[in-house]
Design a protein around this ligand. Sequence first.
Ligand code: UD1
Ligand code: UDP
Length: 360
Amino acid sequence: FQVVHVTGARPNFPKAAPVVRALDDRSVRQRLIHTGQHYDERMSNVFFRQLGLPEPDENLAVGSGSHASQTGEIMVRLERLLMVSRPSLIVVYGDVNSTLAATLVATKLDIPVAHVEAGLRSFNRSMPEEINRLVTDRLSQLLFATSPDALVHLGNEGLDPSKVHFVGNPMIDTLLANLHLFDVPLIRRQLALPQRYGVATLHRPANVDDPGDAAELSKALHTVADQLPIVLPLHPRGRERLATAGLFRHPQIRVIEPQGYVEFLSLVRGAQVVITDSGGVQEETTVLGVPCLTLRAETERPVTITHGTNRLVNREDLAEAVKALLEVQRPAAGWPTPPLWDGRAGIRIADVIAQFVGAG
Ligand code: UD1
Ligand code: UDP
């Protein structure tokens, strides 16, 4: 095979889909490996069905574990496969443990790596993703950047500019390709939601792993729910701790299972406000023009603030921030979007890859 994609966690799938499709259009021979980092139907399979991704050719079925055990297990299982069939290029996505593990294995087997979503930096090394980004970028031969700030970071780190390609955002390709399916009245009916509601998602360790943080966060969300009903498709990571912290005990907070891609973005499209600590959701709200309050101290996606609807907010200021948003009229359309978030990133990436593997 010329190209092997390694995916594993929920945010990987909407990034990979347009790249796989565009490489198919160029008749590049490719395989898709799923590490099994995420494995619940609602964290994985539903995306393959909804996004038209091909069934994975291999599933390494590593499951959950500590960082070292999960990363190590992916490495051991992936190495076995790659030693048998050596592709010309491995493509990795984003900043999850599957991304790091695949990069390390491929590099040590002398197989070049392409990193989709290179150069994002939070400058916070207590985030596991920041470590994954730094190492993956350092080792990659092709660096596909989604925003101009990423180009600056890669340059500052001394990475060879000829490896870097500013291509736009493949996650936004997926959003634009599916926009016609995001049906607000339908999802409102299905979930019996009122006309005005907010959406929240939470899964960052810094927000949900410590019981004290989870309790503070619950309190903050209760104050928001006093003003606006909140629907919260909850990632499995925080579920128990947030339940123990009392989050579910507010009549206007509705905790539901993680949603499929189409259902989730339908919810977001119809929301007055989105409260999140997700990376991808900051980008999607930017393009949909839905106000986003990000419960983090910093973001590796600053274009969502400069060109989008995103604002960083701490727990203490959350309820005030929601109140202020509810008081202003949102523009119906016409907000700016970050450069090259135009639905053609997958095509640009595939052009570079096809040339790299000699298939163009
Ligand atoms: C991972 C990524 C994070 C990303 C998130 C997206 C890393 C270091 N973190 O975090 O960057 O934002 O995915 O969703 O790679 N679990 C299930 N079912 C599943 C998957 C996970 O119940 O299908 C539970 C398990 O209890 C597991 C926990 O969630 O221990 C955490 O899963 P893991 O993949 O280790 O990290 P995430 O928090 O999902
Ligand atoms: N998402 C989804 N259903 C949900 C929550 C999120 O389909 O219930 C999608 C979301 O639209 C985006 C991706 O999952 O495309 C983001 O993944 P996540 O927030 O888990 O990871 P992050 O981007 O923070 O790494």
